[in-house]
Design a protein around this ligand. Structure first.
Ligand code: TXE
Length: 475
């Protein structure tokens, strides 16, 4: 059985203590590889390698650093097929999605930050005849990047790319549930010409090596994406050392459908925003709020479109949804479907696990629930969506805002004034109007309330991974 290795100091290494975890193929429900369960000893090696590489990497010309990142982007694209197959097997997502979204986006992340760093500028302020101030932005040193299982290489690279572009060295940990593409990245990193030790990849449990990365006095910043409960712990640990921390956490995103919308488009895209990647995207809309005058029509059309989705083998080109990531996760999602029924919800579609060992769940649509019930308040992170009617714009806004989360929101309306008016009253980091998941990487990305702190994307991430220093000169 394949045993994946850590990537430290430009070399693939076995874990020092020789401890391994099982890695499951969600489509088959069976173990197919072993991954290192790293300990402090492995982290010590990664810290030594990254500290040794920092001086030359941070002083390398921006142009050269940029070219290495651009080369890495090209290499990811050249190896797209192989990476997509690995990602799909590791995560359970349809191969078509890994090929069209996950892996291309990982390449784009490196290309975007390889280009951004060349154009990045810091501020200067001239008080004519009196003083000049300029802001120096220095890399932080060694930083930790911790990513989840839902968009494995996509989110891993989204954190690593700006950190490296800014001149930091990185100790990165992918989710222990989906380590494969991160493990494959090491080879491409070496081919790109990136010096040994600049990017180090360690594997294992969050409570072990993940926690150790956050606790280490060597890491000067932590960029974390994952669950809100974990994020709280990561934030609390990092703040003990006044360490910079960026937390991208969960969501319970509302999808507001007004009667004046383009209904064809709203139905089509709402099906996508509910069930893409088995609903395992923090940006998926999981609460669809519909103006009561079109509630019945929307419901009928939405359920009939969702019923056409095919759940099955991730490697079958016909599959729209693959497997959920793990046995524990499918059980959690199923427990929410049961809870929804206890809370008075009516399952309009789906609700069942497919027979067999894989973790396949039907797209599930529920209505008849109160906005305050747990099903409508807690992140389920699976192919489960609720429908509820609203009477007025104010009610829609109030219900949309009435959870502890504030990651994203989608608004369907043809009324321009309403689009702006409602957007400005929604407490979420991202508002999409008449679209979903469109991303311009220059824009700030992240959530309000329990969806996290800090923003990724564009210059926000380059600023996060640097220390501003004001230099003031008297004229
Ligand atoms: O996330 P965790 P999990 C949500 C979703 C899901 C829930 C839990 O609701 O059901 O979170 O998912 C590492 N110190 N999202 O269990 O545990 C861990 O090893 C440092 C939303 O996968 O938060 C992994 O690499 N690191 C989310 C990463 O943190 C720790 C995407 C995320 O794991 C750690 C995924 C610790 N103490 C799940 N404990 C999104 N917003 O996209 C764990 N880790």
């Amino acid at each position: 059985m394949e045993k994946i290795q850590n990537f430290i100091g430009g070399k693939y290494l076995d874990p020092v203590k020789g401890e391994y975890l099982d890695n499951y193929d969600p489509g088959k429900g069976e173990v197919y590889s072993k991954i290192p369960n790293c300990t402090q000893e492995d982290l010590d090696l990664a810290v030594r390698a990254s500290e040794a590489a920092f001086e030359s990497w941070s002083k390398m010309s921006i142009d050269k650093r940029s070219r290495i990142l651009l080369k890495l982007a090209d290499l990811i694209e050249e190896n797209l097929e192989e990476l997509a197959v690995a990602e799909s097997r590791d995560n359970g997502k349809p191969l078509s999605l890994a090929k069209s979204v996950d892996i291309p986006r990982a390449a784009t992340n490196f290309r975007f930050y390889g280009s951004s760093i060349v154009n990045f500028s810091s501020e200067s302020h001239v008080s004519e005849g009196f003083m000049v101030n300029y802001t120096r932005r220095a890399p932080l040193g060694v930083v930790g990047c911790i990513s989840p299982w839902n968009l494995p290489l996509y989110l891993f690279s989204w954190k690593i790319a700006p950190a490296l572009a800014m001149g930091n060295c990185v100790i990165a940990k992918p989710s222990e549930m989906t380590p494969m593409t991160a493990a494959m990245l090491g080879k491409l990193v070496n081919e790109s010409g990136m010096p040994a030790g600049v990017l180090n990849i360690v594997h294992g449990e969050g409570s072990g090596i993940g926690q150790a990365i956050v606790e280490s006095t060597a890491t000067k910043a932590i960029s974390f994406t994952g669950g809100t409960v974990t994020g709280k712990k990561v934030g609390a640990t990092a703040s003990q050392q006044f360490k910079k921390v960026s937390l991208e956490l969960g969501g319970k995103n509302p999808n507001l459908v007004f009667a004046d919308c383009d209904l064809d488009e709203a139905v089509k895209m709402s099906v996508k925003s509910s069930f893409t990647n088995q609903g395992e995207i923090c940006l998926c809309g999981s609460r669809i709020l519909i103006e009561s005058s079109i509630y019945e029509e929307f419901k009928e059309r939405f359920v009939s479109e969702a019923a056409k989705l095919k759940v099955g083998d991730p490697f079958d080109e016909q599959s729209d949804l693959g497997a959920l990531v793990s046995q524990a996760h499918i059980e959690k999602v199923q427990s929410y479907i049961a809870l929804a029924q206890e809370e008075g919800g009516k399952v309009l579609l789906g609700g069942n696990r497919l027979p067999g060992n894989g973790y396949f769940l039907e797209p599930t649509v529920i209505d008849g629930l109160d906005e305050k019930c747990r099903t409508n308040q807690e992140e389920i992170f699976g192919p489960v969506v609720t429908l509820s009617p609203f009477e007025t714009e104010d009610e829609a806004i109030n219900v949309a805002n009435a959870t502890r989360y504030g990651l994203s929101c989608t608004i369907w309306t043809s009324n321009l004034k309403r689009a702006h008016r409602v957007s400005h009253q929604i407490h979420s980091g991202i508002v999409w109007v008449n679209c979903w998941l469109l991303r311009d990487l220059r824009t700030p990305f992240g959530g309000m309330k329990d969806s996290g702190i800090g923003r990724e994307g564009g210059s926000e991430a380059l600023q996060f991974f640097s220390e501003p220093q004001n230099i003031c000169i008297k004229l």
